[in-house]
Design a protein around this ligand. Structure first.
Ligand SMILES: NC(=O)C1=CN([C@@H]2O[C@H](COP(=O)(O)OP(=O)(O)OC[C@H]3O[C@@H](n4cnc5c(N)ncnc54)[C@H](O)[C@@H]3O)[C@@H](O)[C@H]2O)C=CC1
Ligand SMILES: O=C([O-])CC(=O)C(=O)O
Length: 341
């Protein structure tokens, strides 16, 4: 099992690489960054776990061999490369710079590790995943079951804040019993609390007016950006979230036994159950609970609408989310990337 982190020396990349180094299912941990990849790898290589750590860093602006070597033979590639927000910025403000970075990396993936599962963390996720899908498609290697936008941090926040309000001492108990669907920015983030009768009743009892909770989940990222006062956005909680998601891809035994699996932002068509959902929602990309198969691919969409897990109030939030998502998706698809630049 070879896992490659692109952007490994960053605020998310470093703690995420640490967590991956501690995972005993991984044989090779491949770290790539345009700065300090070797330093991070040297540091991690002093941890006595099974995996070997390799590092790759371009020696000039035109050096593509390092990225190629980092990617070759990868089973999973994670992308936390790109700039983070500062106070006053939206995730959409990151689009121009991050689209160029992500497009270049995904283009290289399509050439050097076309069969890898690709997990995109870089913002804005709502646009980066459509952009990545387009590039993979153009290069003839797109498998919608292997492209994931990592939205697990929204779920982590919903679990954390809900557990406090519900008086649940161990937030783990909520895993698979609440969910977050839609996308990964403000109004596109839709928390769902009606997955199980038990939990739904608890919410009615302890959170009869969920507006504040929903708002906190939707804008949890801003809370961290503000608290960091210009020194970036969520990194540690994000590393934990990405690790949680990657674990479900590389190690089926870590999957929780809740009512629904965890959500991820995917290209719906091409995944079992995706056509019906795309037709129902009127969007091609959406964060939705996805059953991950033995080989780490999205096997089946577990549709919370079909299961009648979405309340009428939540459906109104979904309608708002879909409206905004359409623009985000279009923006990603319209980005012009010239591989020769
Ligand atoms: N999906 C989610 O829930 C979340 C996403 N994010 C996003 O993750 C991204 C990274 O955030 P941080 O780690 O805090 O930023 P950071 O600035 O600390 O790290 C980014 C890293 O990417 C590297 N990088 C830049 N261009 C590169 C390239 N072409 N190839 C390889 N590496 C490259 C930089 O050298 C740097 O080490 C941001 O876009 C941020 O908005 C952040 C939190 C949550
Ligand atoms: O808010 C940001 O820019 C980073 C992010 O995506 C999050 O923390 O959810």
């Amino acid at each position: 099992m070879k896992v490659t982190v692109l952007g490994a020396a960053g605020g998310i990349g470093q703690p995420l690489s640490l967590l991956l180094k501690l995972n005993t299912s991984i044989d090779v941990l491949s770290l790539y960054d345009i700065v300090n990849a070797h330093g991070v790898a040297a540091d991690l290589s002093h941890i006595p776990t099974k995996s070997s750590v390799e590092s790759y860093q371009p020696t000039s602006k035109t050096d593509t061999t390092q990225l190629q070597q980092a990617l070759v033979g990868s089973d999973v590639v994670v992308i936390p490369a790109g700039i983070p927000r500062k106070p006053g910025m939206t995730r959409d403000d990151l689009f121009k710079i991050n689209a160029g970075i992500v497009a270049g990396l995904v283009n290289a993936i399509s050439i050097h590790s076309p069969k890898a599962s690709v997990c995109i963390i870089s913002n804005p996720v709502n646009s980066m995943v459509p952009l990545a899908a387009k590039i993979l498609k153009q290069n003839g290697v797109f498998d919608p079951r292997k492209l994931f936008g990592v939205t697990t941090l929204d779920l982590q926040r919903f679990e954390t804040f809900s557990a406090k309000l519900l008086g649940v001492s161990d937030p783990d108990l909520l895993k698979g019993r609440i969910s977050v669907i839609g996308g990964h920015s403000g109004n596109t983030i839709v928390p769902l609390s009606h997955l199980s009768n038990n939990i739904s009743t608890k919410f009615q009892q302890f959170v009869p007016e969920p507006k504040d909770l929903i708002h906190r989940v939707q804008f949890g990222g801003d809370e961290v950006v503000k608290a960091k006062e210009g020194r970036g956005s969520a990194t540690l909680s994000m590393a934990a979230a990405a690790y949680r998601f990657i674990q479900t891809i590389i190690d089926p035994s870590t999957r929780h036994s809740g009512i629904v699996p965890e959500s991820t932002f995917v290209s719906l068509r091409g995944i079992q159950g995706g056509d019906a959902l795309a037709d129902h929602l009127g969007v091609e990309f959406f964060a939705i609970p996805v059953q991950i198969g033995q080989n780490g691919q999205a096997e089946r969409i577990v549709d919370p609408f079909e299961l009648d897990f979405v309340s009428s109030d939540e459906k109104k939030l979904v309608a708002i989310a879909v409206k905004e998502l359409k623009g985000n998706i279009e923006k990603g698809l319209n980005f012009k990337y010239d591989a020769k630049l």
